[in-house]
Design a binder for this molecule. Structure first.
Ligand code: RP5
Length: 163
């Protein structure tokens, strides 16, 4: 679900980040949580970045998931502009396989927290689940859906491998 009364923003530095960031969108869809996905580049659209970061809370968002690759300044800059929780997803880069993205996001100065997930699709999926967990603190129905989702994942793990 894109748009509407979304409390979760999924922002990314480029269209090329979408194949990774759509993992966050997909898990939110499974949990029936609305999101609004946007492209906001720290370097190519700095005015859009500033407007988004400053306005995110007033737009009604409760959590921001931000993914970027390479010199991945987007999550940290958004965290600098809003008090909302920001979950950073390091997108796998061509040159350094996402290590550059990870280090760009994780080493924030004290006082400007940016949650940092794993590199790539697993990180995006987990950012979606974490964002839902944050909303679930004040949404009992979502908490139940989240518990069911996690239980289904547990039940999906076979006891023995198959050939
Ligand atoms: C970052 O640079 C983006 O987040 C993306 O991961 C990377 C490459 O961007 P494009 O060249 O595809 O626009 O800003």
């Amino acid at each position: 679900m894109n748009g509407g009364e979304a409390k979760i923003a999924i922002v990314m530095g480029s269209q090329s980040d979408w194949p990774t960031m759509r993992c966050a969108a997909e898990v939110l869809g499974e949990l029936d949580v609305a999101y609004d996905a946007r492209i906001v580049s720290a370097h190519r659209t700095p005015d859009r970045l500033h407007a988004f970061g400053k306005g995110a809370a007033d737009e009604g968002f409760h959590v921001v998931i931000a993914g970027a690759g390479g010199a991945a300044h987007l999550p940290g800059m958004i965290a600098a502009l809003t008090h909302l929780p920001v979950l950073g997803v390091p997108v796998r880069s061509k040159a350094l396989s996402g290590l550059d993205s990870l280090l760009s996001i994780v080493q924030m100065p004290g006082g400007v927290p940016t949650g940092t997930l794993a590199i790539g699709e697993a990180g995006a999926t987990n950012a979606g689940i974490l964002a839902a967990s944050i909303l679930a603190l004040s949404d009992a129905a979502l908490a139940e859906r989240l518990k069911a989702y996690r239980e289904a994942k547990t039940q999906g793990v076979a006891e023995r491998p198959t050939d």
